[in-house]
Write a protein that binds this ligand. Structure first.
Ligand code: 2HA
Ligand code: ZN
Length: 273
């Protein structure tokens, strides 16, 4: 069954898992990744599918009825994805009502899709609708410096957005909508999925306090780049705060407006006062 792992989107998914592991975003089984597979990509590998029984998703995603996703497995290590994709990954199909899923490929030694499947699918549903189907990747990681900042800064969208934007000039251009913050919640269920997908209506990056971050994007490069850029800015910020609690100089709202004009991005007014 070499065919599924030969597909371009599977190779891209595996490379992204390796990149996340190499950057230290995925201790043990930390983090998870999902990709909404294109129709033509499904056609190319369908003959390899062996559907298992239908199971409850744990939430409802009617706008994803009939869609297929490549996802990491619950309890699986990002470290092992490239070593054994058929053990660590699964392709799942969502039923006609958007309430059930079944595994059609992968997890050859048993197991379930990611414990964060409700959040992944609810985010996919929002992004599919709000980006006209452009966004296909949802990525959850445990980047060190972003998590560290959730012990220091107030857990407010505006505070995190301004701090990350003004720490590295690339940031307002890479994530012009800003960053959402979800307060600490028990992971793995419908409640945190609802809170996260509400923030995903506005942002492509959502921080989970004392836990990690979710990123949404059109492809693997853009989504990984988003996670990486925000974490890099957070790392600089952690270094600055390690030296002082007073920044000597920082970009102003007027500077942010100039940047937005020059690069043709729209920054929400609520972050510019
Ligand atoms: O262990 O990251 O949020 C996987 C996770 C749960
Ligand atoms: Zn996590």
């Amino acid at each position: 069954m070499g065919k599924v792992t030969d597909a371009g989107f599977v190779k891209g998914f595996i490379r992204m898992a390796d990149d996340g592991w190499n950057l230290g975003f995925h201790e043990r089984n930390g983090g998870n990744l999902s990709y909404r597979i294109k129709e033509e990509e499904v056609e190319g590998i369908k003959e390899c599918f062996a559907p298992a029984e239908w199971k409850e998703i744990g939430t409802e995603v009617p706008d994803l009825a009939g869609e297929y996703f490549l996802v990491t497995g619950s309890g699986k290590y990002f470290r092992n994805v490239s070593l054994d994709p058929e053990d660590t990954l699964a392709i799942i199909e969502v039923d006609d009502a958007g309430k059930m899923y079944r595994i059609v490929w992968g997890l050859k030694n048993g197991g379930r899709p990611t414990s964060e499947l409700p959040t992944h699918l609810m985010n996919h549903e929002i992004k599919k609708r709000l980006t006209d189907g452009r966004h296909r990747v949802i990525y959850h990681a445990h980047p060190i410096s972003i998590v560290a900042l959730t012990f220091l800064l107030p857990l407010e969208d505006k505070v995190f957005t301004r701090e990350l934007w003004t720490t590295m000039t690339e940031c307002p251009i890479v994530f012009p909508a800003g960053v959402g913050v979800v307060p600490w919640m028990v992971p793995g269920g419908r409640e945190i999925a609802i809170a996260t997908s509400e923030k995903m209506k506005e942002y492509d990056l959502v921080i989970w306090a004392h836990h990690g971050m979710f990123a949404s994007g059109a492809d693997f490069d853009l989504t990984f780049g988003l996670m990486h850029t925000a974490e890099k800015s957070a790392e600089i910020l952690v270094k600055v705060f390690s030296m002082t609690d007073k920044k000597r100089q920082v970009m102003s709202s007027a500077d942010l407006r100039k940047l937005a004009d020059e690069f043709g991005v729209v920054l929400p007014e609520k972050f510019l006062d």
